[in-house]
Ligand binder design. Structure first.
Ligand SMILES: O=P(O)(O)OC[C@H]1O[C@H](OP(=O)(O)OP(=O)(O)O)[C@H](O)[C@@H]1O
Ligand code: HPA
Ligand SMILES: [Mg+2]
Length: 184
């Protein structure tokens, strides 16, 4: 899928595919340097983080393991319910591991502040966060985000894993939707 397949649904492009790829390379280089000589376990948060996880893992030179959690707070709407549920837990024991949580977006920050607390209670050596997008509201919760792709304004976005009612995740860029999409 690309912008041409969106018909009139795409309002504007905020981050292009090539900007995403360039930034991913920079973030991977930082992670390679920071984790030199250490083990690394990437924890992707389904489903939104699938694209970042796949591309980031391939951009890393550092060997890593990957595991997945599914937590949900949004359902089909565009605002967080604040109630986080585990839909699928990790399969790997993270005790004494260096965990790097991989996310597509930190919006209200509620999902990650809950998840960081949950993972820290399992006795890992470290827990850090890598997200492709961070929005301003996330600054209201105490969240130490080590790697940020792009700081974007407070608008609902889709693409590169981000969905609206499960659609548009396979758009390779990040953009906003035209208002008629929300009405239909
Ligand atoms: O910072 P917050 O306001 O908590 O929002 C961020 C979270 O919301 C989205 O997930 P969602 O629950 O929609 O599931 P999905 O990844 O399957 O789309 C997104 O992928 C993040 O995990
Ligand atoms: O802007 C967003 N788009 C899609 N999913 C999301 N989940 C939190 N914020 C967003
Ligand atoms: Mg979502």
């Amino acid at each position: 899928m690309d912008a041409k397949d969106m018909g009139e649904d795409l309002e504007k492009v905020l981050v292009t595919e090539s900007q995403i790829n360039t930034r991913l390379g920079e973030m991977a280089a930082e992670i390679d340097a920071d984790y030199a000589g250490k083990d690394l376990l990437l924890v992707g948060v389904l489903k939104g983080a699938v694209m970042v996880m796949a591309d980031l893992a391939r951009a890393l030179h550092h060997p890593c393991e990957m595991d997945w959690m599914a937590v949900s707070s949004y359902g089909a709407g565009t605002t967080s319910s604040g109630v986080v549920r585990i839909l699928k837990d990790l399969e790997i024991d993270i005790k004494d591991r260096n965990v790097l949580i991989v996310e597509d977006v930190i919006d209200s920050g509620l999902t990650l502040s809950w998840l960081v607390g949950n993972l820290k209670s399992r006795g890992p050596a470290s827990v850090e966060i890598c997200t492709m997008v961070r929005k301003p509201l996330a600054f209201d919760v105490e969240l130490d985000v080590r790697y940020v792709g792009f700081d974007l304004p407070n608008e609902f976005i889709v693409g590169y894993g981000l969905d609206y009612a499960e659609k548009y995740r396979n758009l390779p860029l990040i953009g906003t939707l035209a208002s008629h999409v929300y009405r239909s």
